[in-house]
Design a protein around this ligand. Sequence first.
Ligand SMILES: Cc1cc2nc3c(=O)[nH]c(=O)nc-3n(C[C@H](O)[C@H](O)[C@H](O)COP(=O)(O)OP(=O)(O)OC[C@H]3O[C@@H](n4cnc5c(N)ncnc54)[C@H](O)[C@@H]3O)c2cc1C
Length: 451
Amino acid sequence: MVQRYTADCGIVGGGAAGLAAAAFLSRLSGGKISSVVLEKGPRVGKKLLATGNGTCNLSNIHAAPSHYHGTDPRFAAPTLAAFPPAEAVAFFTSIGVECRERENGRIYPLCAQAAAVLDCLRLTLAAQGTAEECGASVTAIRPEKDGFLLKREGAADWYVRRVLVCAGGAASPSLGGSADGYALLSALGHTRTPLFPSIVQVKTDTAFVKAVKGVRVDASIRFEREGRTLAQEQGEVLFTEYGLSGPAVMQISRCVADWERRRQGGMDAVLGLLPEMEERALVASLRRRAALPGRTMGDLLTGLLQKRLGQTVLRAAGYTDLNASVASLKEKDLHRIAQGITGWRIPVRGTQGMGGAQVTAGGIATAEFDPHTLESRRVPGLYAAGEVLDIDGDCGGYNLQWAWASAHAAAAAMVSSLEKGTPDPVKRGTTGRRESMDKDRIFGQKDRKRP
Ligand SMILES: Cc1cc2nc3c(=O)[nH]c(=O)nc-3n(C[C@H](O)[C@H](O)[C@H](O)COP(=O)(O)OP(=O)(O)OC[C@H]3O[C@@H](n4cnc5c(N)ncnc54)[C@H](O)[C@@H]3O)c2cc1C
């Protein structure tokens, strides 16, 4: 006999949004609503473990719609308002994760360990009896009478009354990113907006950049197209073999990815390598340096910039003979060098793509979902949360805040809709159970046991 399992709510994807949703479902229903987390990877929370370089920047006190993007970023407003960062902190504190605020409003666990966030979520789910089923992809969501059949690859199906798709986005496939969520929802009549990477490393002309591979500098950076600044930021920039990385670059990389898919005109990265020094003071410093006895061009910027970086900037500005004496420098040379330092222009080639991206921009069209409940307007009882939707946040904890907040909105709506009652009267337990296909009643069995 074909076996299938039952739960009130089926959650597709055991990432940030899925795990949080399972916790909220139990909490908001006083333990009356059962849920199952269906994860295709061998374990839940793989991407969560990698967040913030393993330290998990789990929210940001400035989370507001202005930090979010998508076809209609206002879609995120009710969800974010209903579950602001303070609620996220209160929730994590309540499950054992003490939080602290760091620079720019970023919120991290006090222990600075993403693993601790995942552990506390999993302990919460275990304590409330939520079933966690790993190692099998959900391949289809089939609406049936009063519920959904969740088909899985090489594993038994689940039958659930409500389904929440939290299958994430396509970014970082090595950490579980995939297009599955889009496919599952598209098969149910939803549409997907174009996808492109965000919070991603930037590929540039490497003629000079390659020489400073591995150098980190606190700089200002702006991306320019046809003389127009598209985005700018100040912070750490890391030079790499292919171009530019580091927090400041990743923060504003979305505009590069957007340009990359349209390919209209050229784009430049313009770096200010000494953002705290005014150009006049910089020229004065260069004048003093040029007057120092016995110095060569190769030493001109030593003490001002990291040595390899200084020499590369000089080469990029056209000073290729680093053994030449600085004594031959004229006033116009000093200005040219200063401009090379304050506005080092590097042609942009593109991004490192989804493979290097932290987040997917674009996703399932939000117009097809209710912004208050995250329920599909096309398929009643179907919900979506997290990155699978066409909402992406800035770098700095905004994406995880969206995952928690959207999971909370969906969980609250599912609880309310289940509590309002359905044609199927239930007595609910807290975990899923195996049921045979020929049973009429498939929900709300008492004394459920994990299969
Ligand atoms: C390296 C890195 C660092 C990051 N750092 C931060 C940070 O510090 N702060 C921040 O706010 N954001 C950060 N992000 C972004 C953040 O991790 C994501 O936006 C967030 O995890 C999205 O949550 P989600 O639940 O929607 O998707 P995910 O966390 O990606 O979870 C989706 C889950 O669904 C599973 N799944 C997919 N398809 C199926 C299927 N068919 N069946 C069953 N399961 C399926 C996947 O295996 C995955 O486990 C980072 C991302 C990366 C890659």
